[in-house]
Design a protein. Structure first.
Lengths: 367, 122
């Protein structure tokens, strides 16, 4: 039970107060953290995490005969790592310790306790240590994760380059071989080199988008724009006997960066061709609805394996042995759409294929 | 006249068709498939003397196709040459050729396998 005015023998030290009101302090802190968090609700056990143990150490440090200057706090270290896993940002981790300090002061004020200077110094030092240890651990784990993602990114691009380079090298061997190689081999060589160049372009676009370069928007007549992209994908589609049909509502326009939107739509369309069955159909349709422009790309890949829809847009993730190579193109398409305040959604049509819908602000009509 | 046949399974159309042309020039009858599922269907239609198998493919990977072949007594004995950019993913017990494939080595391997396969038929 908490001390209230009127009760006899109020705690005479912060040590005595926190020892008696440990649970109250933790509940108060978790309530204030929960109210302050912008993120999604976190289960209580995960929210309080190592904080009760940290508070126990703080109370121990307040003991009159305790060593006044604490060493590193293993509980704060563990807390920092846990907060990174939960998706907290660094500012939130720092604020958690600030709120803990505030809750201690509130409890003291409500108990009518004037905290002496020694105890104030212990609390300040202990909380500083907690913040430093938690943030150091958070940042060090985050840096490792960023390095891992960077390596994965490089590995992914290398993987994407291997196929066209293997094909080009095969064509080159045939050109140097004893038999005369026809124009077909030269065409294969040219196509492979073009695909390798496209991978490099995609990687650069991805890096460029990650850096948050400013958009250079322009008015884009959508029919002309999409028909051009459809024609570019035609060569790839012809090789698989796939018909690409483009259908765009008359006079439709969007306001956007042509390079990025081309990259987004072309990536979706090339993926649609890549994963459609030979002889299948791919369609690209655009129309306006409720102030938005919708571009829908439907393929005939046969539908996605169960549970795979959510994975598709994860950037640069190698997804086992099937659908490898999907990641970079889709990640770029998603980034490009988001840079235009748009979205991309995917719908699975079991047994038939996937439908990707790019949803952009607009439309603008020709006048 | 015995005409040895080879099945090429690769999702890259240019690799698939290049190997088809090269092997046909060498006198093989060649069938092609763009994934493991089509590859298995092709094997059940006609048993070739060798399979050239890519590993990373959509729908059904080369690893899955090889496992399915091993479970089918009618297909388990067909020699497989794995042609892959990532040999670490290749199943054990197969001849592995790292992509980009050296054509002369590949042709020598296929010739060796098909020569052996043709002996009982002569």
């Amino acid at each position: 039970m908490m001390w209230e005015p009127g009760m006899t023998e109020p705690p005479s030290t912060l040590f005595a107060l926190l020892k008696a009101e440990r649970q109250q302090l933790i509940e108060r802190w978790s309530g204030q953290i929960r109210a302050a968090l912008a993120a999604e609700p976190v289960p209580n056990a995960e929210l309080i995490d190592h904080v009760p143990l940290f508070v126990d150490d703080l109370v121990g440090a307040l003991y009159p005969e305790a060593m006044p200057f604490p060493g590193p706090s293993q509980h704060a270290v563990a807390h920092g790592a846990q907060r990174l896993r939960l998706g907290f940002d660094v500012g939130e981790v720092v604020r958690e310790y600030g709120i803990l300090h505030l809750c201690i002061l509130q409890l003291a004020r409500e108990a009518g306790l004037a905290i002496d200077l020694r105890e104030q110094e212990v609390v300040a030092r202990w909380l500083n240590t907690g913040i430093a240890d938690a943030v150091s651990q958070y940042v060090s784990h985050r840096d490792l994760e960023l390095q891992r993602q960077g390596s994965e990114h490089v590995g992914f691009i290398a993987h994407e380059l291997r196929n066209p380079l293997s094909t080009a090298q095969l064509a080159f061997q045939r050109l140097r071989g004893p038999r005369p190689a026809g124009d077909r081999v030269l065409a294969i060589l040219e196509r492979s080199l073009r695909r390798a160049a496209e991978v490099v372009d995609s990687a650069l676009t991805h890096a460029w988008l990650k850096m948050g370069v400013a958009l250079r928007p322009d008015r884009l007549p959508l029919r002309e724009f999409l028909e051009e992209i459809g024609a570019d994908a035609g060569a790839e589609a012809d090789g698989k006997g796939i018909h690409v049909e483009v259908s765009v509502e008359a006079d439709l326009e969007v306001h956007g960066d042509p390079r990025l939107l081309r990259s987004a739509v072309a990536n979706l369309l090339l993926n649609a061709v890549k994963f459609s069955r030979p002889g299948g159909a791919v369609s690209m349709t655009a129309w306006q609805r409720e102030g938005r422009v919708l571009i829908e790309i439907a393929d005939s890949c046969g539908g996605l394996p169960a549970g795979r829809v959510d994975e598709l847009f994860a950037p640069l993730v190698q997804r086992g042995e099937d659908r490898t190579g999907f990641g970079l193109g889709l990640a770029i398409a998603m980034q490009a759409a988001e840079a235009h305040h748009g979205t991309i959604k995917v719908r699975d049509v079991p047994g038939r294929g996937c439908v990707f819908t790019v949803d952009l602000p607009g439309p603008v009509r020709h006048t | 006249v015995f005409q040895p046949s080879v099945l090429v399974v690769d999702d890259e159309v240019d690799i698939r068709e290049s190997l088809r042309e090269v092997l046909e020039e060498e006198g093989y009858e060649v069938t092609v498939a763009c994934d493991g599922q089509e590859g298995l269907a092709g094997l059940r239609r006609r048993k070739p003397c060798a399979v050239i198998l890519d590993i990373i493919m959509p729908v059904m990977s080369g690893t899955e196709m090889y496992a399915a072949m091993q479970e089918d007594p009618a297909l388990a004995s067909i020699p497989v040459i794995v042609s892959t950019s990532d040999p670490s993913r290749a199943p054990s017990g197969v001849l592995i050729m790292k992509k980009p494939v050296d054509l002369s080595r590949l042709l020598a391997a296929v010739a060796g396998i098909c020569r052996k396969a043709s002996i009982p038929l002569q």
